[in-house]
Design a protein around this ligand. Sequence first.
Ligand code: SF4
Length: 467
Amino acid sequence: MSFPLDARARLTLPDAAALARHDAAVHRLRVERDRAFSSVPDLEALRDHAAAIKAHALDHLDRYLEEFEARAREHGASVHWADDAASHNRIVAEILAARGATRVVKSKSMLTEECGLNPALEALGVEVVDTDLGERIVQLGGEPPSHIVIPAIHRRREEVGELFHRHLGTPRGESDPARLMAAARADLRARFLAAQAAITGVNFAVAETGTLVVVTNEGNADLGMSLPPLHIASLGIEKVIPALDDLAVFLRLLARSATGQALSVYTSLVTGPRPGGELHVVLVDAGRTRLLASPVHRSALRCIRCGACLNTCPVYRRAGGHAYGTSVPGPIGAVLAPALSSDPAARSLPYASSLCGSCTAVCPVRIDLHGQLLAWRRESPALPAGLRLGARVAGAILARPRLFRAAGRALRRLWPLLERSFPGNPARAWLASRALPPHPGPSFAERWAERAGRAASQHRASGGREP
Ligand code: SF4
């Protein structure tokens, strides 16, 4: 098993400045999340409730999927089922081909990223334009999103200016966000008007009404669903919730967890096609029933893709999303990838974690993320020989108190050496971007012994009297 995250991280965030910028930008989202929740008095009960709704929906997913399909059909939608990414892409391609649609606008959908829809359609001569600003930036840059909510969070505005100069004809050196946004808007408006079809993701699908819920901040999905006559919605089967009342619970959590907003700017409920239009819903499995069948990993399907676990994860913040090599990065990506990705390297992602538990602490639907990562580690193929040996040595030392104390003494002596970056120093990778913490001084056992000795001599000096 290889560990490609490390090498990819160096490419994504090549220097200390890029790393610090990414870390700070992502951490800001975590701070905003905390601020937004500070005014929600019943937060913990709300999270319990959300987790219970999702757990119930997953326990009865077959029933709710059938109910959703029946209601959606009653309202005039066509419903398709896709076993895997290839069948999802084929179904979408066939729907477009049957209507002669070759110009498509797409709003942000992690599922279509997961399925590789854009390259599949482009190979058939279909022009697909991503309309979310962040998605458009990464599309023009020829790269995948690096964050599930803010796809271009790894890019500086100067880099965006350069991309827009090359693709949209903005003046060279332009980096003013408002002017760059205006240029993107003008370009996208023309593409919306020329589009023959729109493809959107779906945040939630309500079984009792057959309703699709699409949440955005830019209104691009709404424009796509309103202008072209054909709307194709790609929907992972785990997105189904039982009732409209449940939606209120998730909407209170989603935007707060993602960006610290009380609500996203646009929350659209779509029940059936617009007058004169067509609506196709493609329900995608692509490995989800495998997760559903696993009592250990089922809870990962509760995910509402808020991104909060990415924003708090020390590994994601310092590695960047591209380092994971999967459509969904961060802790939830590392939990989903071993089940959903066909790339054998995905089995190494559960090791991309410090197991600090911060992801679990912020997850609005209470997925035990670090527990899941540990569970995948247990199920993983063997560790690389170096790590296996390291774990054995550590285990042997930790099991023998004398050896543990001797190793501690040796390491404290070697500390000045460890602080230097020389080939062969086990702390070298760490030292490339940060300093070792200060020397810890005497061990706890040494301090304890010294303190006990002091107390005993004071006791003797006082003639054995209690203080
Ligand atoms: S696992 Fe939880 S915190 Fe992470 S994206 Fe999903 S819902 Fe959000």
